[in-house]
Write a protein of this length. Sequence first.
Length: 481
Amino acid sequence: MGSTLYNKVFDLHTVRDYGDGRAQLFIGLHLVHEATSPQAFAMLRERGLSVAMPERNVATADHVIPTDTITRPFLDQLGEDMLAQLETNTDDFGLRFFAPSGDQYGIVHVIGPEQGLTQPGMTIACGDSHTSTHGAFGAVALGIGTSQVRDVLATQTVTMNRLKVRRVQIDGELAPGVTAKDVILHVIHELGVVGGVGYAYEFAGAVIDNMSMDERMTVCNMAVEGGARCGYVNPDETTFAYLKGRPSAPTGEAWDRAVAWWRSIASDADASYDDVVVMDGGVIRPMVTWGINPGQSVPVDGVLPSVDGVSQDVADSYSEAYEYMGMKPGTQLGDYPIDVAFIGSCTNGRISDFQEVSEALQRSGARVSPGVRALAVPGSNAVREELVRLGIDKVLEDAGFEFRLAGCSMCLAMNTDKLVGRELAASSSNRNFKGRQGSPTGRTMIMSPLAVAAAAVNGSVCDPATVFGAAPVTTTASSAS
């Protein structure tokens, strides 16, 4: 019987097996940012410890970076203090740092892949739950807590339980206008926000095979929103083509050896899984969340669900969501005007995301509706520079979007990009929890970049095809993402 990629990588990186389902794993790449590392570095100092392998630890600043200007000092004092602390920590402990003053900075889960740091067969850790993004390359990528950040800095290892593996196989072909974001929202809707607890998700099937790396990263990014500790895609020719020539990718004979090993790390054809779920990609529609967790979603033109005929727990959850969101069962999301449209984040801040929107805007000549504040925020400076080179920045600005500097922006809103009061946002980010976008009463609807743009133009959620036409949008791969 063959083995899965997850179990192969887990076994190869096991330093110590504790015999109770837990193991100490070597971490091949540790990504560090300003939001979860200060306490970890402080704990090292308290114990007189150094970083065990500085060369395997790479830092960037993303959560607190303003996207209107990066002139120092920042207007937000907390953000300035956190960046200054990261600068001190990376300098004192000898870590490579992609600083905002340079041209390679950006969201940690965007710059890792674009720099070629993320590679198949790796174990990757970061103090951020959306580290699962890197699984798109065939890595076992884990979000960790602050105490575990300390452990990785000090030992380059982390202790964790071996996960079960669920193969999520999506067969068939997506309908025109259906995106990778719709695919993962559909998966979470079907399996639930806790359905993946205790599992790694292996995404597979014709739909996944036909996705670009950007699209696979979107899917794996939100595996954690379905409860999975990580999600991954087996490496293939698409993976290798993306990585070839990137700054940290192998070259020459080392490249050939790497590709041969990367092929071998993929799940075997006769691998055994703890669970297999098969879905039909052809039935997936553009999806939008309406509630306060990513599983509370409907097709873009669907009716909001009733609280009747469901379990008491579900009814209670729905009632709480309806009260917070100010929405009612039996209505449609198009009945509720939006205030803000946000395209960006580690889920959908890559070049192809903005290309898709740009092509739709150009095709239709549509503009952002009056009264809607629309932000387009690249996931890295390299993405931003490529968008400027392609003229996409002008298309977005001419349509009424604010084209910003790179950063996490209005996803977690630890910066100056925040919702105000009860504003309702159409967002391409990954979480719709209460207060997620910076206002304790702000409301978030998660959707694809294309659906965000359609909502910005329409003034409320709608099927993108009604705004931009039914023609499929073709995205183009680029050197930056």
